[in-house]
Write a protein that binds this ligand. Structure first.
Ligand SMILES: [Mn+2]
Length: 409
């Protein structure tokens, strides 16, 4: 049996103002080809299907079109779990319809009638032609605070982080207890989850998972009963603590300029005769690359003139121009030069002068757009302008309000 592990599709993502839909469409074509040529049986997508909780109609359209095409490839099952970017209700709404084509959606932790966690519903038996179980998949969606914390009154940030940690650990160990019965029959067990495990290296495009990234989970929470841990959240492909069986597949396309050097891949997990799992990497081609240039305008023009585009579409470029002295009208020359480029597309640029004349500082600060900052950075800058002592407390409260809003849309 062959299983493909992917995550963090972020359908609907824009980089500055550039829509990455074409990059995803290109990835989906490749994904379908790989599934067919390698005769994949099961696809697992470990969360962050959409970039936002309320995806646009065109993002939803791309998602459903892709699922239908995937289910026609010969795949036996598709598992989709919710990530921290996804809204549980958006993902779960079409669940009954998708279940009919063997697409299993676990947007949020399934609940019993009493609104308690229904762990058994996160466990799936994969059966062969004669009806015996040959693989078990545990699908744990991104765990929200309401799923894992019993009491959340009157704690400080550290106590809160600890209680989140304990809750996540507890959830995975209950799942491990539930599936031990399969281990006795030598059936391989795979678990998928969306969380930030300590010892992994992130890029700029993951949104903080819990307030201030306090809840970094130790990889020891994964019981040895799990033969493979398919993780989502980190966009850079990697093993966790050098364990080849605990992995982030990473996003299939670069989602920020900080990922411009990274490989993009899918992971293929194959069951062996002895019921072990073997993992291999399938590197993905790029629709276009992300480039970053910094230096004087003359330097940058030189670098760009040497570029040869080998991708399918024009590469996307981020440019930082630093000039020692103020050059009047530089912005117009830069804009004109960029508009005429045929090899690359400029996603974003900014200009900075080292030796400004008095007053110009303010003027050129406008090259930093509010769009370049996260809401937290904007809030921090606002706090910096006030002369307050308890900045950390206010920031913490801000995180908490954000968390509550994102969990109760
Ligand atoms: Mn993500």
């Amino acid at each position: 049996m062959r299983i493909l592990h992917s995550s963090d599709w972020h359908i609907g993502k824009k980089l500055y103002e550039i829509d990455l839909e074409a990059d995803l469409v290109f990835f989906f074509e490749n994904l379908i080809q790989i599934i067919q040529s390698k005769q994949i049986d099961i696809l697992i997508v470990s969360g962050d299907i959409f970039d936002t909780a309320y995806p646009s109609n065109s993002a939803l359209n791309l998602y459903y079109r892709t699922l239908i095409r995937l289910s026609n490839t010969g795949l036996k099952h598709i598992f989709i779990i919710g990530g921290n970017h996804d809204s549980v209700s958006t993902l779960d709404a079409p669940k009954p319809v998708l279940e009919a084509v063997n697409v299993h959606v676990i947007g949020g932790v399934p609940k019993t009638e009493k609104d308690e966690n229904d762990y058994e519903q996160e466990i799936y038996e994969i059966k062969n032609e004669i009806g015996s179980t040959e693989l078990v998949i545990c699908a744990v969606p991104f765990l929200r605070e309401r799923d894992i914390r019993i009491n959340n009154s009157g704690e400080n940030a550290l106590e809160r982080a600890k209680s989140i940690n304990d809750g996540i650990k507890n959830h995975f160990s209950i799942i491990a207890q539930h599936v031990k019965r399969y281990k006795e029959k030598n059936i391989p067990i795979l678990v998928t989850g969306h969380l930030f495990v300590a010892g992994s290296s992130n890029s700029d495009s993951e949104r903080e998972i819990y307030a201030g990234n306090l809840a970094k989970i130790d990889s020891s929470i994964f019981d040895p009963v799990f033969d493979y841990v398919a993780l989502g959240h980190i966009h850079r492909p990697q093993t966790v603590n050098k364990n080849p069986k605990i992995r982030y597949s990473g996003s299939p396309i670069p989602l920020s300029f900080s990922e411009r050097e990274d490989k993009k891949m899918l992971l293929c997990i194959q069951t062996t005769e002895s019921n072990d799992l073997e993992v291999s990497e399938i590197e993905l081609p790029f629709f276009r690359k992300l480039l970053h240039f910094s230096g004087t305008f003359e330097d940058i023009k030189m670098k760009i003139s040497k570029l040869q585009n080998v991708q399918i579409s024009k590469d996307l470029c981020e440019v930082e121009i630093f000039e020692k002295q103020y050059i009047p009208d530089l912005i117009n020359s830069v804009q004109q030069y960029f508009a005429e480029l045929e090899t690359i597309q400029i996603a974003h640029f900014k200009i900075q002068f080292a030796e400004n004349n008095a007053g110009l500082d303010e003027f050129f600060d406008t090259t930093q757009s509010i769009k370049d900052l996260s809401d937290i950075e904007v809030f921090e800058k606002r706090l910096d302008n006030e002369n307050i002592e308890n900045k950390e407390d206010i920031l913490q409260t801000y995180y908490e309000i954000k968390q509550i809003i994102s969990q109760n849309p």
